[in-house]
Design a protein around this ligand. Structure first.
Ligand SMILES: C[S@@+](CC[C@H](N)C(=O)[O-])C[C@H]1O[C@@H](n2cnc3c(N)ncnc32)[C@H](O)[C@@H]1O
Length: 250
């Protein structure tokens, strides 16, 4: 059997308490925003990458969308399944890695929120390769011209809160734009470092473009404070709205 990664182990343990985090408390307004920004129509199919306990997936399903949630953590998916049952909605859940999943179908839209898997790096993960692999999987899973929306950690804020002393202590790596995660409790079995990656808009535009996704907008995306507004240098997260190229062959 494949060894659980440190992030998988952390989220498996954290799953029963995940929805107590204050950043999860704005789901209904976030889903209003998603429907508008992604231009979703009733019945559209939506892929939720790093869906966690399914808070967006379930709310989208309640509004008539056909949703598939992918997550590495069995514990998070178990909570998601229970919540969907309690809400009386059907969502398809898949335990899989965002860097390598293949569902064999294409969706009308995709989301990857509160980082999802994007930039949550385990031991040996490449700070460029990991997000690029996720973007390639998302691109492959989208219909031509379909949109996707990501919220990712803000690299500007990461730089502004760290010092040269943090670089010396390996708390912050300016080459990979990663910081050592301070999640608690630290996993034991998966082992290895857990790092969180920040991103800046120019790099995001390049990463998305390289994966075949055109960035349409980059806005403020901190959980609880999403908005069509310029990125604030100190906010926790930024939002990327992008779309796949149209199919010009037909
Ligand atoms: C901070 S939670 C966000 C959950 C949800 N999107 C939300 O907004 O509440 C990050 C999620 O990403 C999942 N995750 C982390 N690395 C992953 C990977 N490589 N593949 C798939 N899921 C991953 C975790 O298990 C966790 O459920």
């Amino acid at each position: 059997m494949k060894t659980r990664t440190a992030w998988q182990e952390f989220f498996d343990g954290h799953a029963p308490n995940y929805l107590q985090n204050c950043f999860t408390k704005n789901t209904v307004a976030e889903v209003d925003f998603l429907i508008d920004a992604l231009g979703l129509r009733a019945g559209d199919s939506v892929l939720d990458v790093g869906c966690g306990t399914g808070r967006h997936a379930i709310q989208l399903a309640r509004r008539g969308h056909r949703v598939t949630g992918v997550d590495l953590s069995a514990g998070m998916l178990e909570q998601a399944q229970r919540a969907a049952q309690a809400a009386g909605v059907e969502v398809r859940w898949r335990q899989d890695d965002a860097t390598s999943f293949a569902l064999g179908e294409q969706f009308d839209a995709a989301i990857c929120l509160c980082e999802g898997a994007f930039g949550l790096l385990g031991q040996g993960d490449d700070p460029l390769g990991q997000p690029s692999a996720i973007l390639r999987r998302v691109e492959a899973a989208l219909k031509p011209s379909a949109k996707c929306l990501f919220t990712v950690l803000n690299g500007f804020a990461m730089v502004r809160r760290h010092s040269n002393a943090d670089v010396t202590k390996n708390l912050f790596d300016p080459l990979g734009l990663t910081e050592l995660s301070d999640v608690q409790p630290r996993p034991v079995a998966g082992g290895g470092e857990m790092r969180e990656r920040g991103f800046v808009p120019t790099e995001l535009t390049f990463l998305f473009r390289t994966a075949g996704l055109q960035v349409l907008n980059i806005w403020g995306g901190t959980a609880g404070n999403w908005g069509r507004r310029p990125v604030d240098l100190d906010e926790m997260e930024i939002m990327v709205l992008a779309c796949k190229a149209p199919d010009l062959s037909t």
